[in-house]
Design a protein around this ligand. Sequence first.
Ligand code: SF4
Ligand code: SF4
Length: 344
Amino acid sequence: MKQVPLGETGLMVSEVGFGGIPITRITVDEGVALVRAALDKGITYFDTARMYGDSEVKMGRALEGRRDQVVVATKTMKRSAEEMTQEIEASLEALRTTWIDLYQIHNLAKPEDLQTVLAPGGAYEALTKAQAQGKVKHIGFSSHHPDTAIQAIETGRFATVQFACNFVEDQAAGKVFAAAKARGMACIAMKPLGGGLLERADLCFAWLQAQEGVLPIPGMQSTSELNEIAGLYEQRRELNQADLDEMQRIRDELGTRFCHRCGYCMPCPNGINIPKVMLFTSQSRRFPPQHLIKASKDFILHAEENCEDCGECSERCPYELPIPEMLGEITAAFRDFMAQHGQA
Ligand code: SF4
Ligand code: SF4
């Protein structure tokens, strides 16, 4: 696996990293084995977060004894210095290490969020203190909001930015990463597969390989996923015209309003499982109709009956999706789908 610089941090990392959310869905032993297998494949950048369940714990166990071979990045949603200090200590313990290479402010959303973090008594203060103590080497942030991300970049106080980037979501990421590169920051691409929505991993990674200075961090939960991704980096290929046409077809099909299944809109006060309902559109093209109707009917009709258009979910969605409107469209499409398949 090729090693590349992580911006101007002085760190070298594999050209594809390991995203730490999916290992929360497997057992501790499986998670530990998978992280070690990734390391054996040459992956040296491992991303996790305080809010990813036991992801830090699994990585800590897996990396013990090999800590100096890897770059470990974690993050927290906490915004005050006091809470950040506690989170750093908790991460160090869970990760079984005495230093964290990159500590990120997780999901900088609104400009006020950035102000809070940078104000006296804010999380950034604790990070610089930990940096002086050698517990944290570099400070970065993640965001889903281009305007806030660009404001954070322009402060000149962060070494890295993590932002969703794939061939469908390239416009916002393009602007954010251009601003970051102008300041020598590392650009870390989360959701390289569109949060699981983009099935052509070959196209996703061929496109990302062509984006200079961008480090993708796909989440993995099995050795087959790991092998597939590592294989795409071993046998890299250029995109041809047929690939470009297929990518455009996928962009057109998904449009701009697609759900990334991040779950930030949850919980709904009326118990609607929004990301699950949002999945119906893509599933309707792939799954056997009778099976899909049986599996989806209860929660889609629950959404139809219980959404009161309160808007709480849309306020929390980092992609600013008009969720109640989309739920209405999806439930109507579901009723049409049932009618087409004899279940009106
Ligand atoms: S708008 Fe509908 S789906 Fe969203 S939080 Fe309110 S009730 Fe739930
Ligand atoms: S509706 Fe928005 S917040 Fe909810 S899962 Fe989809 S992208 Fe995430």
